[in-house]
Design a protein around this ligand. Structure first.
Ligand SMILES: *Cc1c(COP(=O)(O)O)cnc(C)c1O
Ligand SMILES: [Zn+2]
Length: 503
């Protein structure tokens, strides 16, 4: 629909104007810094930053109900810059003019209701939000669309040039970074650092395919992160990890989309997210808080953060009930099938502590909860979900297992509705499914496959056939007829098929 066709009261707002006054705010010393230069930590106290709109109050002058209409009508526009996360431009990168927005198809991922069988098993109504249906097959595209749109704005307006974008990754960050950087060629190049053998072959293929410089480093993600930080401290590079507050801003779109998908009714809703470096849960909390402040939603949903027992520093921190006694201690991670969340020292921990506190205080009750799950629970939940029509990755399984745990612990009641984050596509982690089916997990995972979930292909090659076709070597005539007949008979026998009555 064309802008001029919208109702008169919506028309002035339908195309967002650049506005606001964005600044980096340090979570340590609380000082603010201009956004003209890319900053990752506070130049004075080294603490992490968040981007804040000093003119946020201007957005509150528009009634929440009008914002709802603006976003709903905006969905009908055919303008690429507004088709993704910048549908909510005023709440994301409000200073970036639309012409610099990079949209590769990210955002507005499907929210798919679980079938009756799964809902009965879990004991409440729930949906998966399939963030694996983003262009690089994970939610990381949301943050990259934001960070790279800003970099594109800086480059195209002559504020910077020849950007080398760099990140450490458990696989998906590098896939997303390489994809968006490739789109901005030749102004932006990318280099990614991955823990050697700790990303899946599919995830490794992605930055390679996008033409990034790919470096494999011994150790785990936390080690790669230190190297990337050293590079960002000493060389002229643009850091694309979620330490970069622009990433967080883009990932807030996940919350905005959920609000919109549920007609802005967040009462009795529960959002379940896996936690690794804790950028995602930071963004999810921040997003809902902003919509709440602007009166676009009138309730804050519950948020359940889930960690594997093999990488659970955030869960451990919050398992101390007395906030004054809580102390953050990084953990040494053990291998996890939720490999993209295998992080012992999450960069965004200070952001989580900061925002979870504000979130609960704003809601007037505890709304943010943390649970941990076992590797077995993650795999079983993933495979069960996919057997019921989903495309959940291991982290989607982790989220679902976390929802069950939260239900058992009484954090979630049966009258509530959950939205479970499947952060990536199942295919990225097919190797873990294969290990499960072949019962070949290394001991430390402690995973015993459930026989009912195992599946394997069957080779159909009847022993009495003298000739079978092969690639480049077709067979013909009687041989081929016999082949088709015998193979179909064997399949029919295996499937216990009834023969059609002769016509
Ligand atoms: C990065 C990632 C996570 C963890 O998100 P954080 O923001 O690091 O907490 C979870 N799942 C997948 C698939 C990821 O790629
Ligand atoms: Zn500071």
């Amino acid at each position: 629909m064309k802008p001029e066709a919208f109702p008169e009261h919506v028309r002035p707002y339908i195309i967002p104007e650049p506005g606001g006054n964005l600044v980096y705010r340090c979570l340590g010393c609380k000082k603010k810094f201009g956004i003209e230069k890319l900053l990752y930590t506070c130049p004075e106290c080294r603490q992490v930053l968040l981007i804040e709109d000093e003119k946020f109050d201007r957005l509150k002058k528009i009634p929440g109900s009008l914002w709802q209409e603006i976003f709903d009508y905006r969905k009908m526009l055919k303008i690429p810059a507004l088709k993704g996360i910048y549908l909510y431009q005023e709440f994301i990168g409000s200073v970036i003019p639309g012409e610099y927005v990079v949209w590769l198809g990210e955002g507005h991922t499907p929210v798919v209701e679980a079938n009756t069988r799964m809902q009965e098993k879990t004991g409440l109504r729930f949906y998966f939000k399939n963030d694996g249906q983003n262009p690089s097959a994970s939610f990381k595209d949301r943050g990259m669309a934001s960070a790279l749109s800003y970099i594109n704005f800086l480059v195209k307006t002559g504020r910077t040039s020849n950007v080398l974008a760099i990140c450490a990754s458990t696989g998906d960050t590098s896939a997303a970074a390489a994809l968006y950087a490739a789109y901005l060629k030749p102004h932006v190049k990318s280099a990614v650092l991955l823990p050697h053998k700790k990303v899946t072959p599919q995830q490794l293929a992605q930055p390679l395919g996008a033409g990034a410089s790919v470096y494999e480093i011994p150790g785990v993600f936390d080690d790669c992160m230190k190297v990337v930080e050293a590079l960002a401290d000493n060389y002229n590079v643009a850091l694309l990890n979620s330490k970069n507050a622009w990433r967080i801003l883009g990932q807030e779109s996940y919350s905005y989309e959920i609000a919109q998908d549920f007609e802005y009714d967040m009462k009795d809703k529960v959002i379940v997210v896996p936690i690794g470096n804790a950028g995602n849960i930071t963004a999810v909390m921040s997003g809902f808080l902003k919509f709440f402040e602007a009166d676009i939603i009138s309730d804050l949903p519950k948020i359940i953060g889930v960690q594997s027992r093999h990488a659970n520093p955030v869960y451990r921190y919050y398992s101390e009930p007395d906030p004054d006694k809580r102390e953050f201690v990084p953990v040494t991670v053990k291998p996890s099938v939720a490999q993209a969340a295998m992080i012992g020292n999450p960069v965004s921990m200070p952001r989580v502590i900061h925002l979870a506190d504000i979130y609960d205080r704003t809601a007037g009750e505890q709304k943010v909860f943390f649970v941990e799950v076992t590797e077995q629970e993650i795999m079983d939940a993933e495979l069960d979900a996919n057997r019921n029509g989903h495309i959940a990755c291991t982290h989607g399984g982790e989220s679902l297992a976390g929802l069950s745990t939260a239900k058992q612990k009484g954090y979630v009641a049966e009258n509530e509705t959950a939205i479970v984050d499947s952060t990536a596509h199942a295919l990225k982690f097919a190797g873990f499914q294969e290990m499960y089916f072949e019962n070949s997990f290394p001991r430390e995972f402690k995973i015993v496959p459930d026989k009912n979930l195992i599946n394997a292909p069957k080779l159909v090659k009847p022993g009495d056939l003298k000739k079978t076709p092969a690639p480049g070597k077709p067979i013909f005539g009687k041989d081929f007829e016999l082949f088709v007949k015998r193979v179909s008979e064997d399949i029919a026998l295996d499937l216990n098929l009834n023969k059609l009555d002769s016509i």
